[in-house]
Design a protein around this ligand. Structure first.
Ligand code: ADP
Length: 401
């Protein structure tokens, strides 16, 4: 099947055109600055052919028309006719409590997504716009929604409830949902393959470390706990987000600095995390190079970042009653030996031993031969999961991810 995978943001559309038989992206790209001046589409074909197209891309529907035009283009395209697009798979951030797995998009589904906008006010509206745009531009082509929250939907109340009045859960759906589910699911499955054991016999901790960061306790294939919560703000320290915080701090700061709600929101989401502590950058590469040049606050930011991950590994091993593997993924997890080393440093007591040479290589298994808990770096591939889920939903046949 050939699936157009879309990740629609407020002013961007990331896309990959997948062949699910060969499991390769035939083309991928980004439409950026939608609705702004200087909107541009960057398109890369499987053979490396690359093109930038500048245009007046006023909304998501026009953005998708641009994507179609370049997929069909004689010189840069990969298809000859629209009908070669069998389906469209959308990354949808928030499925709420309704969507516990991927679904075929119908008018009813769109209605529920609209009802859930309050849960993800920044992310779900552009996802819905993307779905509506495809309905207009590619009428009749089936669309599937794959939710970031779905993989965590089997958490138990003891993991997803906060210590606030239960009525708030019932009336406002205030609970832990978790995000990055597609990535946690993919890398946990890959780790099981590397270990040569069925996923349903393994206890795996997955750490998705990108600009946003989250961890999951994957107990025999099910995410039983995860570090992001009601929103992606909770848990690990991130590029610009604070992660776990004593909630009184927010009230205290709002009072002291006279901050409005929106300003407090910006403070915690945009000016905290690595950039907040270091005062320099939200980018881990820059934090590490600054730390190595002797900048103290960059070093503190790095230490807080890694220490918190180590604590979560301990917590999740305890929650699962053991751990077979720790998996690093995302831009930082896949590429930073320094972060992996700092995280694993005190975990030797669990039987986790990082091989320094492998840690500095591009290998996937980074553990010493005698380690009883393996450490992996596994490049994530959320688009592949979305393409395969789309095929599963449409054909009704299970495939091994
Ligand atoms: P997103 O969450 O936006 O998809 P990515 O998964 O691409 O982001 O991760 C971006 C983060 O990965 C940035 O903090 C970047 O500095 C970090 N990163 C990328 N390469 C390296 C590297 N070689 N060493 C350390 N950090 C890296």
């Amino acid at each position: 099947m050939r699936v157009l995978v879309l990740n629609c943001g407020s002013s961007s559309i990331k896309y990959q055109f997948y062949d699910t038989v060969q499991r390769v992206a035939l083309a991928k790209g980004l439409v950026d600055r939608i609705g702004m001046s200087g909107a541009v589409l960057t398109h890369i074909r499987y053979d490396g052919d690359k093109i930038n197209i500048v245009g007046e891309i006023l909304d998501h529907a026009i953005g998708i028309e641009y994507v179609l035009a370049v997929l069909l283009s004689k010189n840069h395209g990969v298809i000859e006719d629209k009908s070669e697009i069998d389906a469209v798979g959308h990354r949808v951030v928030h499925g709420g409590e309704t969507f516990t797995g991927s679904v075929l998009i119908t008018q009813e589904v769109i209605k529920v997504l609209q009802d859930n906008v309050g849960l993800a006010p920044l992310h779900n509206p552009p996802n819905i716009k993307g779905i509506q745009a495809v309905t207009r531009v590619l009428p009749g082509v089936p669309q599937v929604g794959v939710f970031d929250t779905a993989y965590h939907a089997k958490m138990e109340p003891k993991a997803y409830l906060y210590g606030i009045p239960y009525e708030l859960y019932k009336s406002h759906q205030i609970r832990r949902y978790g995000f990055h589910g597609t990535s946690h699911r993919f890398v946990a499955g890959r780790a099981a393959k590397k270990l040569g054991k069925p996923l349903n016999e393994l206890k795996i901790v997955t750490a998705h470390l990108g600009n946003g960061c989250s961890m999951a306790a994957v107990d025999r294939g099910t995410s039983i706990d995860t570090s992001m919560g009601f929103t992606p703000l909770e848990g690990l320290l991130m590029g610009t987000r604070c992660g776990d915080i004593d909630t009184s701090i927010i009230l205290h700061i709002m009072g002291k600095e006279g901050l409005q709600l929106s300003e407090a929101n910006t403070l915690l989401n945009k000016h905290s995390g690595l950039i907040g502590i270091s005062g320099e950058s939200s980018d881990m590469r820059e934090i590490i190079s600054s730390m190595k040049e002797g900048h103290k606050r960059a070093k503190i930011a790095f230490d807080v970042f890694c220490y918190r991950i180590t604590k979560y590994v301990g917590a999740y091993a305890a929650a699962m009653g053991g751990i077979d593997a720790l998996v690093f993924t995302g831009g930082i997890g896949e590429n930073s030996p320094d972060v992996r080393e700092a995280v694993c440093k005190s975990l030797g007591f669990m039987g986790m031993k990082l091989d320094p040479e492998k840690n500095n290589s591009k290998e996937e298994d980074l553990s010493t031969e005698d380690a009883t808990v393996k450490v992996f770096r596994i490049p994530t591939n959320e688009e592949l999961v979305i393409a395969l889920d789309t095929e599963v939903i449409i054909n009704g046949i299970e495939v091994d991810i």
